[in-house]
Ligand binder design. Sequence first.
Ligand code: UD1
Length: 415
Amino acid sequence: MQKLIIQGGVPLNGEVVISGAKNAALPLLCAALLTQDTLKITNVPMLQDINTMLALLRQMGTRVDATPPMVELCADSLIHLVAPYEMVKTMRAAILVLGPLLARAGEAEISLPGGCAIGMRPVDQHIKGLQAMGAEIAIRHGYIHAVAKKLHGARIVFDIVTVTGTENLMMAACIADGVTVLENSAREPEVVDLAECLIKMGAKIRGHGTDVITVEGVAALHGAEHAVMPDRIETGTYLAAVAAAGGNVTLTHARADTLDAVLDKLTEAGAAITRSTGTIGIAMNTRPKAVNLKTAPYPAFPTDMQAQFIALNAIASGTGIVTETIFENRFMHVQEMLRLGAKIDVEGNTAIVHGVERLTGATVMATDLRASACLVIAGLVAEGETIVDRIYHLDRGYEKIEQKLTGIGARIERI
Ligand code: UD1
């Protein structure tokens, strides 16, 4: 099993080029299922989750021509309308094929995702929405069996804000009969990126980026070309790393406008942030100040940045209170942080992080994607050597992480 070995205590200086967003690329690839024509997606990050999605789309009959960072997909004949357990269990986002498949082919069989390291994560909202649009859905042998001769428009009010739920129903509604109104929709920038691509494909969507999205169904979508937006979580992770380790770094191919809540917290922690088109600069030359934060749907502070800010608070002056409101079990990294000398108490969905002067290197184990990022940041600031085990989680979401970190002076290698 691969590990990362990090020698901590080195400030970070230089430039990092940000990759395309994993969470935008995954639904964009699925949009190819909605048309017989070719969909060309550029700026696709080469990550394990992307490979899994491409394998899933291929086994459904999609022709995939991948010349990174560009992927061309053509789903002119769908032969296998199934997402098997083996694929869904490694990547929950596989649920994103449900809406497009059902809308285009009238049928889909998708394994239920089950629990994962950060909580239960049910898909009831996806199912409820598709039922409102006329689908007949049964759960049998661990699979969602969905059938619909032709989906029709409906008014759907989500009980909770769900990102992939909004994306799934928005895609299905594009080629359903009539008008679909999605209320209490997710406002995440990745939803907007998907809507913009669907509009290029001929979809009639308005309200994306607000909590009411209206989709007027059209008979068919056509081919298009779309560039994946920059990864705001990758961007935020490098920013948090610099805020913790100190230094001066410029992030290019980034979008500051998608990161307001994170940039505000970094400023509060003492970092000097500069923004210009496509670029974010960060300079940090003091010990960070602890910050309080609460995760919530966009535009509030993202749950996918919570773990990285636990690492930042761990070495900050003062005490930071971190409340997680999206996932019920997303403090798995805290136990590992304690092994590095952090002082953190967890009470329910709140972590009270008492900043310490220094962390000390140790062997730690990554438990999920963003927890891994937290441990890497901790390793960058810890005294001596930190070994991060089980880094396959990291490879699901961070393109070329050790090259990018080495490029700004970190001492990190993969064994
Ligand atoms: C997406 C992101 C993930 C991020 C999360 C929250 C992708 C591929 N992944 O995941 O990185 O952490 O948004 O920003 O974009 N829920 C239900 N029923 C449902 C659907 C969701 O109860 O049918 C709950 C979930 O358990 C969770 C909350 O709603 O507590 C938000 O989940 P959701 O936004 O759906 O997360 P994902 O779309 O899976």
